[in-house]
Design a protein around this ligand. Structure first.
Ligand code: ASP
Length: 586
């Protein structure tokens, strides 16, 4: 038997017990005649003591040669510890060792296996198995397991069935680039890895499964800006015979369940809802963080038609009232203006109004606006004495995204983005289509199976950009954690949709013919949603990056540094697949 107890288990009540423990050597303290070893496993740390007065000399000798991360087994007696450690659960006891077996030696690890390690991320990813021995990563993986279990429990209680769908498929409709896999048996042909199980879950509805879910890997070959992974996990769900209301209710129940189970946070009442248009107008963003205010005030009416040309020419003049920073010095404000002018933000400049404590105003455009004008700006932006109003102007969409960036930056500086506070929000009524400047055509904003809102079909021919969809996103603390829609379930409407998305009937048939055909055999009305499991877990876990919650993540070049993938393959392998690699050396 390798162990009678784990290293997180023994307490004062176990004193005098003879025990066997196994684990890794975290730390050795050698005082010559006394050697202490911290023994670690998944469950915790137990202190071992090798005492020259109470144990044979060879044992002390052996113990003093232990290195970091050696795997050992010890037998000994639980005794009361002289200097107790209140920081760990086993801190009242130690093991007086009578027998030591070295199960395996270890090279010195390339970074310290401590909560705060000296290893940079590249090194940690290369030796991920060592990184996983560290508390933070181990705890994150256990937390992820708990999220998955809570999801499965909730959905299973609601009669959902977990069904696996294939990974070797053909192109899916999510609009990213596919990862492809060559087929040896069908020369010259390729599978695509699923960007999501979208078409399969709809086919499961045609198959009468009624309520489906799956915790499933999805693959999208995108540039990995920010915190993305080429393979990521979705909690993918679909239901038949439901309307939008049914879906929203059931899945806000899921989020509430997760918050209650995992965080002890109880959300009272319904999760608030906001239309896409309102979100864009108030926050310049379709996934607004509503843990704090600073809603946009549109100032066109009160700021235009004075002599300030910059504003007169603008499509949108909008501002936010940043609470309590009227004390920003001229220099601070200049720095903030530099910040909004960074290429990543892209504003040309910024007008500001200091809301003085005595109720008067002082602005960078006092030449054009009097106190009465500025009082109107304050009213519209909701500014109070003590605040600083920041105003941007220009093209509507640009101003919205710039002001949104500024709002988030100020919230960050003011510490308003508290990771222990959870503010969920449904964003509904998304546009059906999205115009793409580069290719000069419309694309489905969600995917081509999303149903337009009732009565909006006529608009498709005249004002396609204005058609709203039965599509919804669940937003948590400024992150889209889930999104879905009511699906089109009749072939004719689906044909119309494909036509507007620029598919010829042949193209539509080639790519999605199987689905169109299935819809001719009694497809029920259906709808669904998918949650980003990695993101959801990291937000609930209070961390910034999803990599910290993925056992073996890739770096931002899509590389697995540990196994060194992707890699070239043998000529023989290529030949078997009838493939030729033609890459010009740089
Ligand atoms: N398949 C969609 C996605 O991955 C989600 C859905 O519509 O259910 O975004």
């Amino acid at each position: 038997m390798y162990r009678t107890h784990t290293n997180g288990e023994l307490r004062a009540s176990d004193i005098d017990k003879e025990v066997t423990l196994s684990g890794w050597v975290q730390h050795v303290r050698n005082k010559g005649f006394l050697v202490w070893v911290d023994l670690r496993d998944r469950y915790g740390i137990t202190q071992l003591i090798f005492d020259g007065e109470r144990s044979p000399k060879e044992l002390i000798e052996k113990a003093s040669h232990l290195g970091r991360e050696y795997v050992i087994q010890v037998k000994g007696k639980v005794i009361e510890r002289q200097s107790k450690n209140p920081n760990i659960p086993t801190g009242d006891i130690e093991i007086l060792v009578s027998e030591l077996n070295i199960l395996n030696e270890s090279k010195t690890p390339p970074f310290t296996i401590e909560d705060k390690t000296d290893g940079g991320e590249e090194l940690r990813l290369k030796y991920r198995y060592l990184d996983i021995r560290r508390n933070p990563i181990r705890e994150n993986l256990i937390f992820r397991h708990k999220v998955a279990m809570a999801v499965r429990n909730y959905l299973s209680n609601e009669d959902f069935i977990e069904v696996e769908t294939p990974y070797l498929i053909k192109s899916t409709p999510e609009g990213a680039r596919d990862f492809v896999v060559p087929s040896r048996m069908n020369k010259g042909q390729f599978y695509a890895l699923p960007q999501s199980p979208q078409t399969f879950k709809q086919l499961l509805m045609v198959g009468g499964m009624d309520k489906y879910f799956q915790i499933v890997r999805c693959f999208r070959d995108e540039d990995l800006r920010a915190d993305r992974q080429p393979e990521f996990t979705q909690i993918d769900c679909e239901m038949a015979f439901v309307e939008q209301e049914d879906v929203l209710e059931l899945f806000e129940g899921l989020l509430k369940h997760l918050l209650a189970e995992l965080k002890g946070v109880h959300i009272e009442g319904n999760i608030p809802r906001m239309t896409y248009d309102e979100a864009m107008q108030k926050y310049g963003n379709d996934k607004p963080d509503i843990r704090f205010g600073m809603e946009f005030g549109e100032l066109n009416e009160v700021a235009q038609h004075k002599d300030f040309n910059v504003f007169n020419q603008a499509e949108l003049v909008a501002g936010i009232a940043v609470p309590g920073v009227n004390s920003y010095s001229r220099k601070d404000i200049d720095k903030l203006i530099d910040w909004v002018r960074r290429p990543q933000v892209g504003a040309k400049g910024m007008v500001y109004v200091r809301c003085n404590d005595d109720g008067t105003f002082r602005s960078s455009v006092d030449k054009f606006y009097d106190q009465e004008d500025l009082a109107k700006w304050a009213e519209i932006t909701g500014a109070k004495p003590g605040d600083l109003i920041c105003v941007l102007s220009g093209n509507k969409n640009e101003v919205r995204s710039q002001l949104s960036a500024l709002r988030m930056e100020m919230a960050e500086r003011l510490g308003l983005r508290n990771p222990e506070e959870f503010a969920p929000l449904w964003v509904i009524d998304f546009p059906l289509l999205e115009w793409d400047e580069d290719t000069q055509r419309y694309y489905a904003m969600h995917h081509p199976f999303t149903a337009p809102k009732k009565g909006q079909l006529e608009l498709l021919d005249t004002k396609p950009g204005e058609v709203k969809a039965n599509a919804y996103d669940l937003v948590l603390n400024g992150n889209e954690i889930g999104g879905g829609s009511i699906r089109i379930h009749d072939t004719q409407m689906q044909d119309t949709m494909f036509k507007h998305l620029g598919f010829t009937p042949e193209e539509a048939k080639k790519q999605f013919g199987f689905l169109l055909e299935a819809f001719q055999y009694g497809a029920p009305p259906h709808a669904g949603i998918a949650f980003g499991m990695d993101r959801l877990t990291s937000i609930l876990g209070g961390e910034e990056t999803i990599r910290e919650f993925i056992a073996f993540p890739k770096n931002n070049m899509g590389r697995d540094l540990m196994i060194d993938a992707p890699a070239t393959i043998d000529l023989a392998q290529l030949q078997e697949l009838s493939l030729k690699v033609d890459i010009k050396e740089k």
